[in-house]
Design a protein around this ligand. Structure first.
Ligand code: GDP
Ligand code: IMO
Ligand code: MG
Length: 429
C-alpha cells in the first residue's frame, strides 16, 4: 500500500485538482509541497464548484490538508480562501489544516516587485500571475524570507524586516515603483498573525507520526513539469521545482514516501502566459478546443493557449518527473473532431531532432512533426467505464501510451468528480 504523488506533466491546468479530489477518498492526508496561490484548481462536486489556490484539494473530502515547507504562503490570500470555502460548507480548523511553521511568507513587497519587473520586461515578459511567487522564492534562497515561525518572535521579525526592506525598496525604487515602510509590513503581519499561527506546526513531525500510524498520504503538486524551474521552458517557468522528488523535501518526509507518481496530462495541450509551445494552434481548431474545454486561467482569467497533444514533451516529463502512470483528462473535449493530431517528433532549422532543446531561442523555433488519426463522432463526456468509450477514442489512448512510454491508469471525461475511469488504483501499487 503506497502513497501517491500527483504532478502536472504539461504547463499546468491539466485537471490535477479534480484527480486529487477523486483520489482523496482513498487517502487520509493531502499535502501541498510547492508553489503558492499561483495555482488554481477547480473541483466540481454536484452543483458545488470549489476553486482552490493554496488549500489542498483533499479538504473538500473532509481529509486533513497540509501546506508543506516547500510552499510560499500569502497569509491574506490564504485567509480569504479559508473564508470562501467555509462559506461553502467546508471545515477548516487547526485540526484539519496543518501549515509548516518553516514555510516562507509572501508579503505585499513580493507582489509589487513581481508586477514591477514584469512591466519592465516589456516584450520579454514571462506572463507571471503577478502574485509575488518568484520574489518570495528568491528571498527564501537568499536567506532573508520571513517564515511563519518568525511571527512568534518579535525581536527576530524586527531585524529581518530591516534586511528585507533594504533589498526590496532598493529594487522597487530602481524600477520606479512605490516603496514600503517597516510600519506597513508590521501592520500587515500584526493583522494576520493571530489567525495564521494557530494553524502552524512542525509538519514533518506530524507526517512522520501519520506514517507510523499507517495513514495514507496523497501529495498534490501544483503547476507542472514544463513550468519546473530546472526542467521546464526556462525562463518562462515558475520559481519552484514541480517534479515528484520535491514532495519529499517540500514537506519533510523520506524520498521513499513519494510512492506512486501519477502524472496528469490533458488529452491536448494548453498554456497560460508567455513562452514556447510547439503544438500551439492559432486556427479554428485551437479556438474550438479553448471554447469546448472552457480554457480560461482559474487565477487570472486569461484565455489559455491551446494546441495538440505533445507526446515528446510528455515522454520527457515522464522521465524527469519519475512518473509511474498517467491520468489523461479532458478526453471529452476532443469528441466530434474529424481528425486529431499528436506531436511525435520535432524539426529544428530543417533538421529532425529527438528531444526538446534547452535554449529559449531554439525552443521557440522548434516545429512539431505530427501523426494524424481519425477522431470519433460518439460522445465520451460523462463516461465512467472503459466499455463506454468509442473504439477510436481507445485507439487514441493506446497510441499515447506507446508514445509516452507510460501507462494511462486513469481517464477523466468531464469536470464532475465521478466522471472518472480507473484502470489501475495507484494506492494499490
Ligand atoms: P489544475 O490546475 O491542474 O487543477 O487544473 P484546473 O482546475 O486549473 O483546470 C482544469 C479545468 O478542467 C477545470 O475547470 C476542471 O473543472 C476541468 N476538468 C477537469 N477534468 C476534466 C475533464 O475530464 N473534462 C472536462 N471537460 N473538464 C475537465
Ligand atoms: P496550476 O497548479 C498554469 C504560469 C504563469 C506564468 C508562469 C510563471 O493551476 O496548474 P508565476 O506566477 O508562477 O511566477 O508565473 O507560470 N503558472 C501557471 N500556469 N497553471 C498554474 O498552476 C500556474 N502557476 C503558474 O501563467 O506563465
Ligand atoms: Mg490550474
Amino acid at each position: 500500500m503506497s502513497n501517491v504523488t500527483v504532478i502536472g506533466t504539461q504547463w499546468g491546468d491539466e485537471g490535477k485538482g479534480k484527480i486529487v479530489d477523486w483520489l482523496a477518498s482513498r487517502a487520509d492526508i493531502v499535502v501541498r509541497f510547492q508553489g503558492g496561490h499561483n495555482a488554481g484548481h477547480t473541483l466540481v462536486v454536484g452543483d458545488q464548484v470549489y476553486k482552490l489556490s493554496l488549500l489542498p484539494s483533499g479538504l473538500v473530502r473532509g481529509k486533513i490538508g497540509v501546506i508543506g515547507n516547500g510552499v510560499v504562503v500569502d497569509p491574506k490570500a490564504l485567509m480569504t480562501e479559508i473564508d470562501r470555502v467555509t462559506a461553502q460548507g467546508l471545515v477548516v480548523t487547526p485540526e484539519t489544516l496543518w501549515i509548516a511553521e518553516n514555510a516562507p511568507l509572501i508579503l505585499p513587497v513580493h507582489g509589487a516587485l513581481d508586477r514591477a519587473r514584469e512591466a519592465a520586461r516589456g516584450d520579454h515578459k514571462i506572463g507571471t500571475t503577478g502574485r509575488g511567487i518568484g520574489p518570495a522564492y528568491e528571498d527564501k534562497v537568499a536567506r532573508r524570507a520571513i517564515r511563519i515561525c518568525d511571527l512568534a518572535e518579535p525581536e527576530t521579525l524586527d531585524w529581518k524586516l530591516d534586511e528585507l526592506l533594504l533589498h526590496h525598496n532598493t529594487l522597487l525604487a530602481g524600477l520606479g515603483a512605490e516603496t514600503f515602510t517597516k510600519e506597513q509590513l508590521k501592520d500587515f503581519l500584526a493583522e494576520i498573525t493571530p489567525r495564521l499561527l494557530p494553524f502552524s506546526c512542525q509538519v514533518w513531525d506530524c507526517l512522520d507520526e501519520a506514517r507510523r500510524a499507517g495513514r495514507r498520504i496523497l501529495f498534490e503538486g501544483a503547476q507542472a513539469v514544463m513550468l519546473d524551474v530546472d526542467h521546464g521552458t526556462y525562463p518562462f517557468v515558475t520559481s519552484s521545482n514541480t517534479v515528484a522528488a520535491v514532495a519529499a523535501s517540500g514537506s519533510g518526509v523520506s524520498p521513499s514516501s513519494v510512492g506512486f507518481v501519477l502524472g496528469i496530462a490533458k488529452a491536448y495541450t494548453t498554456r497560460v502566459g508567455e513562452g514556447p509551445f510547439p503544438t500551439e494552434l492559432h486556427d479554428q481548431t485551437g479556438r474550438t478546443l479553448g471554447e469546448r474545454g472552457h480554457e480560461f486561467g482559474t487565477v487570472t482569467g486569461r484565455p489559455r493557449r491551446c494546441g495538440w497533444f505533445d507526446a515528446v514533451l510528455i515522454r520527457r516529463a515522464v522521465r524527469v518527473g519519475g512518473v509511474s502512470g498517467i491520468a489523461l483528462t479532458k478526453l471529452d473535449v476532443l469528441d466530434g473532431l474529424d481528425e486529431i493530431s499528436i506531436c511525435v517528433g520535432y524539426e529544428l532549422d530543417g533538421q529532425k531532432i529527438e528531444t526538446f532543446p534547452s535554449a529559449p531561442g531554439a525552443q521557440a523555433r522548434v516545429k512539431p512533426v505530427y501523426e494524424t488519426m481519425p477522431g470519433w463522432k460518439e460522445t465520451t463526456a460523462g463516461a465512467r467505464s472503459w466499455a463506454e468509450l468509442p473504439a477510436q477514442a481507445i485507439k487514441y489512448v493506446r497510441r499515447i501510451e506507446e508514445l509516452i512510454e507510460a501507462p494511462v491508469t486513469l481517464l477523466s471525461t468531464s469536470p464532475e468528480r465521478d466522471d472518472t475511469i480507473l484502470m489501475r488504483d495507484p494506492f494499490e501499487d
